[in-house]
Design a protein around this ligand. Structure first.
Ligand code: FES
Ligand SMILES: [Fe+2]
Length: 367
């Protein structure tokens, strides 16, 4: 037997996760149909006359036209090729030249949700209805006027989405990748929720004070981070959105969003400038991860040490979204807590490394 570690990576199963996936800001969708290439298929999204977000299969089963080229009538979508019309429930409700609508003239209407100023679509290979107790929770601060709205950027990533979710338990990358030294690090797994709590040093996002973050995945693909740090000596409270939607088994659209608590007593213009500055800082930190995803390989059997976070546990938790609902292990009904004690210093090279903007440019160039 070889003394060398051998990386193993089984072929990725042809299946996408069950759960709510965020499609960015709800205001991005209107009467004009938008084509979306997600979950290895095509979808079309639009709003009907009642303003509800409707998402249907993207190709017309009559002769295959792209329904994103169609047009909205009432709450239905008329295909522009032979004018069959598809209702919000996916059932064909009009064929101008037929006496009878075929029973098979039905496409999938995907469950949608608008919440926190964001749009969501629900994917389930078993086609069950979404569970009420697993909806993305309401962010009460959104839309109050005390917080900025979301600034969202979309970044196409060329790897399987497990790489992104691994981050939740990957304590040891914060120093070398983000120049942020974790002092406390904890993961909590419970049902469809996974939490990462961290306290650490991040000169960039918190100056000399302690940066505290609490990142929570609600289901497989929607994460909200609550963060309290500092910029130019001023305390900053922010919420980050990290969400992904798989386009294929080896690619996903990542949406990174930031909303910031507005600064009391500051003029609107100064407050907007602070928000913009903080959004840029957090985006820079995020782009540092992106460059790794574009070049690393998948490892099913990582060689881990005692200072690493609970990578295997995290993957078991994440796997619940890739099995049938009836097969989700009961172990997740109970809360599981993992503390990772070890301190990860910031390597000196990282502190004097090339400006972050260079890393960001590289990541964008490769995206
Ligand atoms: S392809 Fe859509 S109506 Fe014929
Ligand atoms: Fe990271």
């Amino acid at each position: 037997m070889s003394k060398y570690a051998k990386i193993e990576a089984a072929p990725v199963e042809e299946r996408y996760a069950r759960g709510w996936h965020c499609l960015g800001k709800a205001s991005d969708f209107g009467r004009t149909p938008v084509g979306l290439k997600y979950f290895g298929t095509s979808l079309v999204a639009f709003r009907g006359e009642d303003d509800q977000l409707i998402i249907l299969d993207g190709y017309c089963p009559h002769m295959g036209a792209d329904l994103a080229q169609g047009y909205v009538e009432g709450n239905s979508l008329r295909c522009s090729m032979h004018a069959w019309r598809w209702g919000s429930d996916g059932v064909c409700d009009d064929i101008p030249y037929a006496k009878k609508i075929p029973a098979k003239a039905c496409i999938k209407s995907w469950p949608t949700l608008e919440r926190n100023g964001l749009a969501f679509v629900y994917h389930d290979p078993e086609d069950n209805a979404p569970r009420e107790d697993q909806l993305p929770p309401v962010i009460k601060e959104h839309g109050t006027g005390e917080w900025s709205d979301w600034e969202v950027v979309l970044i196409p990533i060329h790897t399987n989405c497990r790489e992104l979710v691994d981050n939740m338990a990957d304590k040891a990358h914060f120093g070398p990748v983000h120049a942020s030294a974790a002092l406390k690090f904890r993961n909590v797994f419970h049902k469809h929720v996974c939490v990462q709590e961290m306290e650490g040093k991040s000169p960039r996002l918190a100056g000399d004070s302690i940066l505290k973050t609490r990142a929570t995945y609600y289901g497989p693909a929607y994460m909200i981070t609550e963060m309290s740090g500092e910029m130019n000596g001023i305390p900053v409270e922010s919420k980050l959105l990290v969400s992904h939607v798989p386009t294929s088994l080896e690619s996903f659209d990542l949406r990174f969003g930031v909303m910031v608590k507005l600064f009391p007593g500051m003029s609107k213009a100064d407050s907007a400038a602070m928000v913009k500055g903080y959004v840029e800082l957090t985006q820079q930190a995020f782009f540092e991860d992106v460059q790794f995803w574009h070049t690393k390989v998948r490892v099913d059997n990582p060689v881990l040490c005692d200072g690493d976070g609970p990578i295997h546990r995290l993957r078991q938790w994440y796997n619940q979204f890739y099995v049938n609902a009836a097969d989700v292990p009961k172990v997740w009904d109970e809360e599981k807590i993992y503390e990772t004690e070890a301190f990860n210093p910031i390597p000196p090279q990282k502190l004097s490394a090339a400006p972050v903007t260079k890393l960001q440019e590289k990541a964008v160039a490769e995206a």
